[in-house]
Structures are given as structure tokens and as C-alpha cells.
Design a binder for this molecule. Structure first.
Ligand code: 8ID
Ligand code: ZN
Ligand code: ZN
Length: 354
């Protein structure tokens, strides 16, 4: 085992003091791992739109306050509880949204641990990765292989896992067409990459030229700009090779409207996968079309531990190009402002202070 660096008693963190924010960059104590936990010296953390929902408290799920947000963290294990056996000091791991679960309920036993009623959530019900030292349940941290770029792999820990799982849930098969709605954002830009790696054709839907260029660069077959199109449904269908519409739709936008539009353009027998979690939103679909066109609508929520490992392995194999902008941890407030305005193409990643 390599010599272990000493662990300080205080550290830099971004703390949200109350619902609504703003976040405060300050020093807080370094936590100590419980019996089944590891302490991870975080090097990079992605900023997910979920972190903004957490600060705003806009979901019907109680959020811890004060809160250290963040759930796309990667770093090195520097301490572990006495019950931890399979994670070594010095190992590289990722801390994801699902920080821990009971491991004993039907959902946990069936590898559906995100549905566990006792699940704890990084950067939401427990402190997350916007700090230099973060706790994670040893059973749930994701191994990060040596040699991968830590800043680029960070967004895989939420965005990557979630879209990879969502694509599997869509049941789309190689060669088929998937529409990705919110394609220029954090989840969407990765969804395009995973879709391509899984042999799918991509119709990207988002707004503005910067996001359009990003989508083309990431290999989308077509880009539909929702801010410019006069008839979104017709445009999306026209971009599917036979005009019958995409076989699957991945809804990763943080807005309600696209959730109402998707039944209009999805192919008959197609599947709509709801992943984005816009505040106070309803999913509405015409009963008639859903029935006579045999449309499936399903939700998809992060992924299990194996989905996490597989998503990281796609990245390790060079199949996923993660479009990141790296800024210091102190910049989180500005990242949230850009995110609120929908101005982020790809993902911002925070670099922890040395
Ligand atoms: O497990 C899950 N289901 C899960 C996991 C992680 C994140 C769900 N999420 C949720 C987040 O909480 C958030 O609600 O997915 C949503 C998207 O997260 P993100 O990718 O981190 O957000 P972003 O980077 O801000 O990207 C959102 C994109 O949606 C576009 C925006 O332009 C942006 O690029 N968008 C919007 I807002 N309205 C749109 C519209 N009408 C739209 N794109 C197309 N059409
Ligand atoms: Zn997330
Ligand atoms: Zn459980």
C-alpha cells in the first residue's frame, strides 16, 4: 500500500445554508467514516442540474439543509470503516447519487437499489461531493480504473450512468433511431455518446447554435432547434430515415413542455423514457394515440451498481467523449447561474483545491 497522506481536520466546501441558496464557499470539518463507509479525497465533481433542484428545494422530496451538494465525484479513498474489506486505501473511486441503500429489501436484492426506500442520496439527503473529503457507503462507490482522466470521468457518475440505463430501458436496438431531448446539456451530451456506442442513430433536440454545434460534433445525425422550429413534431419525424418517427425518445430536458410533445413524434410501438425531473411537471399523453399506436411511456432513475461499472467501462474504452469545462470549486455559484439560464453546453466540472 502506498504511504497515505495525512487527513486534515478542516476542508473547503460549498455549503447551501437553506432552501433557495445561495451556496457559500467556506471551511468545514472533515467527516469521519462510519463502520461501512469510506472517506474519499475528491479531486473533481461534475455539476448536475439535480444539484440546482436540491438548492431550490423544488422536488416533492425533503432535502437536507444545510447541504453540501454534488454527486458526480471522483477521488481517492483515504480512510475506511472497520467493516470495509473490498475497497482499499489509495483506490480510485466515484461517489454517485445513490450513496447507499439497505442491501436487504426486495429492490436491493433484485439489483434495483435506486428504488430502495432506505436509500441515501449524495448531495441531497447526505452531504455530497462539493467538498474535498466526502463519505460514501463502501458497497456503493464505483471503482475507477487507473489511467482514465479523472475530470472527464466525473460526469459519468451521474449523467453517464443515468443515460446508459435509460437507453437500456428504452429497449431500442442497434440501428434504430433515438430522439434525445435536452441533447446539448449534461445528460444529453453523454446520452448521444452512449447511444452511438450502442449502435443507435441520434436525433438531437435542444436550443441554440452552440448546442447544435456540440450535437453535430458528438455525432448526432440531425439537430432540431426547439427555439426555432415551427412544427417540432413534424421536424423530428422528418429526420427519422423513413419518416415514421424515432423508435425511442429519451427525455432529459429540465422543462415540462417536451414531456407533453413526445407522444406526437414517437414511432408507433415506440418507447418514451422520462428521465429529466422538471419541477412541478406533469406527464400528459393522449389516451387515444397511446392506445392505438401502442406507445410505451416509462420512467428511468439513475442505475444500479453494475450499470455504474459498465458506464465507466464504456468511458475507459474511449467510446465516450465528455464535453467538460473545468473551473475551481469556488465557482459553483456562477455555474448554477449559467445553468438556470440554460447556457451550459455539456457539463461543468469543479476542481477541488490542492
Ligand atoms: O435518474 C434520473 N432520472 C436523473 C439523473 C440525473 C439528472 C434525472 N436528472 C434530471 C435533472 O434533475 C434535470 O431535471 O435530468 C434533468 C437534466 O439534467 P442535466 O442534463 O444535468 O441538465 P442540463 O445540463 O441543464 O441540461 C438540460 C437541457 O435541457 C434543454 C436545455 O437547453 C439543456 O441543454 N432543454 C430545456 I431546459 N427545454 C428544452 C426543450 N423544450 C430543452 N431541450 C429541448 N426542448
Ligand atoms: Zn445527477
Ligand atoms: Zn433496500
Amino acid at each position: 500500500m502506498p504511504p497515505q497522506p495525512s487527513i486534515p481536520t478542516t476542508q473547503w466546501a460549498q455549503v447551501c445554508p437553506k432552501v433557495g441558496g445561495p451556496v457559500e464557499y467556506k471551511q468545514i470539518p472533515v467527516p469521519k467514516p462510519d463502520h461501512d463507509e469510506v472517506l474519499v479525497n475528491i479531486k473533481y465533481s461534475g455539476v448536475c442540474h439535480t444539484d440546482l433542484h436540491a438548492m431550490n428545494g423544488d422536488w416533492p422530496l425533503p432535502v437536507k439543509m444545510p447541504l453540501v451538494g454534488g454527486h458526480e465525484g471522483v477521488g481517492t479513498v483515504v480512510a475506511r470503516g472497520d467493516l470495509v474489506t473490498h475497497v482499499e486505501l489509495g483506490e480510485q473511486v466515484g461517489v454517485k447519487w445513490l450513496n447507499g441503500s439497505c442491501l436487504a429489501c426486495d429492490f436491493c436484492e433484485g439489483a434495483d437499489e435506486s428504488l430502495c426506500e432506505k436509500a441515501i442520496l449524495s448531495g441531497y439527503t447526505v452531504d455530497g461531493t462539493f467538498q474535498q473529503y466526502c463519505l460514501g457507503k463502501a458497497a456503493h462507490v464505483t471503482p475507477i480504473p487507473k489511467g482514465v482522466k479523472l475530470d472527464e470521468v466525473a460526469p459519468v457518475l451521474c449523467a453517464g450512468i443515468t443515460v446508459y440505463k435509460g437507453l437500456k430501458e428504452s429497449r431500442a436496438e442497434p440501428g434504430q433511431v433515438v430522439a434525445i431531448v435536452g441533447a446539448g446539456g449534461g445528460l444529453g451530451s453523454l446520452a448521444q455518446q452512449y447511444a452511438k456506442a450502442m449502435g443507435l442513430q441520434v436525433i438531437a433536440i435542444d436550443g441554440g447554435e452552440e448546442k447544435g454545434e456540440l450535437c453535430k460534433r458528438l455525432g448526432a445525425e440531425a439537430y432540431v432547434d426547439f427555439t426555432k422550429t415551427k412544427d417540432l413534431v413534424a421536424d423530428v419525424k422528418a429526420h427519422s430515415p423513413d419518416g415514421l418517427g424515432p423508435h425511442a425518445v429519451l427525455l432529459v430536458a429540465a422543462a415540462e413542455l417536451p414531456f407533453q410533445q413526445a407522444t406526437g413524434y414517437v414511432r408507433s410501438r415506440g418507447t418514451i423514457v422520462a428521465i429529466g425531473l422538471p419541477a412541478h411537471a406533469q406527464l400528459k399523453a393522449p389516451v387515444f394515440d397511446t392506445v392505438v399506436r401502442m406507445i410505451t411511456i416509462r420512467g428511468s432513475y439513475v442505475g444500479n451498481r453494475l450499470d455504474g461499472k459498465e458506464a465507466v467501462d464504456f468511458f475507459r474504452r474511449g467510446l465516450i467523449n465528455v464535453p467538460i469545462k473545468v473551473v475551481p470549486l469556488s465557482e459553483l455559484g456562477n455555474v448554477f447561474n449559467l445553468m438556470k439560464e440554460g447556457k451550459i453546453a455539456g457539463r461543468y466540472v469543479l476542481k477541488m483545491p490542492e
